[in-house]
Design a protein around this ligand. Sequence first.
Ligand code: NAD
Length: 361
Amino acid sequence: MDRRNFLHSSSLMAASVAFSPLSIPLSPKKDKLGVALVGLGYYSTDLLAPALQQTKNCYLAGIVTGTPSKAEQWTKKYNIPAKNVYNYQNFDQIANNPDIDVVYVVLPPSMHREYVIRAAKAGKHVWVEKPMAMTERECQDMIDACRSNKRSLAVGYRLHHDPNTQEYVKMLRDGAIGKIQMVNCSAGYFDARTTHWKQKKELGGGVMYDMGVYVLQGARLATGEEPISVTAQQFTNRPDIYKNGLDETTMAQLVFPSGARAAVQTSFGMNMNNLHVVGNKGSLRIEPYSAYSGVKGVGPGGKVIDHPYEVPRQQAMQMDDDAAAIMASKPMLVPGEEGLRDIRIVEAIYKAAQSGKTVTL
Ligand code: NAD
C-alpha cells in the first residue's frame, strides 16, 4: 500500500474526517500551493523553509515578519518577490495576493488565535503550529473563523504524517498487543534559555503547552480514546525561572473510558523521548518518539519499526499531505479539532496540578 493510500485508510484519517469541513476548491486550480510563513524564528528558519524546498505540492511563496533585515535575507536566499513580503501591520493585505494560498502561523502560541483568524478572514487556508492556542475557547474561535470563511485549518502535528507513527498506530488498532492497558510517554529536553517566550507564561510558555502536547498525543494515539479524568503534579529544579504557574516539569496520569491508564511526563529540564504501550497480549516501545530525524521502535515479536528519512523530510511530508488535501478539497489529516482536544486536556492538567485534585473531562 503506498503512503497516500495508507493515510486515507488509517485510523488517524478516520478520526479527522468526522470533524473537518471540506474546503472550497481553489480558483483558478493550481498544482502547487503558495505558502507564506508567519514568524521567521527557529522553526521556520531551520525546518520549515528548508522543507519547503523539498515539497512537491507547495512552495515558499511569501513571508510575514516584523524584522526588515530578515525580510532582506529571506527574499535573497529563497528568491521571494518583494510583493509577497508582509509585516504584522499590513498582513491583512495578503487577501489581495493570489500567490499565497496558505498562511502558516509559526509564532509564539499566545499569538496563534489572532493570526489564524486574520488569515482565514483574508481568505487563506491556514496551518498553525502546536500548541494550537492557549485555551479551548481560543481553539474553537480559530475553528469557527476557518469554517465560516470556508477555509481549511490544519495543526502542525508532524508526527501524524510520519510513516513510523502511522505504522505503530495501525499495529495497535489491529490488535497487535491486544487490549491496551497501560501507556507511558515522555518528552522533554533541557532548555537553557531563561527569557525566551517558552519561559513567559503570557506568551504561551510552560512545558505542558510545549512538549506536553506530544505526550498527550502519545497517550491518545496509543489508546485511540479521549481521557475521562486527569491528575497531575508539577515541579522545578530552577525555581528562579519556573514560578507563578510556569511549569518546568509536569507529570500527569490519565484514565480512559476502556479502563486504560496513561502516565505522561514532560520537561524543560530533562532529555527524554519515548513511548511504551502495554496490552494484554504484548507491548510496543517507540524511542525516539518525536525526533525530527525519525521515529523508531520495536513492536511485538521484535518487529522493528523504522522507515528512515532525513531532516527536514518529516516537515515536508506534513506540508505535502496538507497541500494535497487542500487541492483535492479533502479533510486535513490533523484538523483544528484535533489541536483543540489536546488543549482541553492541557487546561485540565494545569487545573489538576494546581488543585491537587482529580479533574474530570
Ligand atoms: P522562536 O522564538 O524561534 O520564533 C518565534 C518568532 O515569532 C520569531 O521570529 C519572533 O520574532 C516572532 N515574534 C513575533 N512577535 C513576537 C513576540 N511578541 N514575542 C516573541 N516572538 C515574536 O520560536 P519557534 O521555536 O520558532 O516556535 C514558533 C512556533 O513553532 C511555536 O508555536 C512552537 O511551539 C512551534 N514549534 C513547533 C515545532 C514542531 O516540531 N512542530 C518545533 C519548534 C517550534
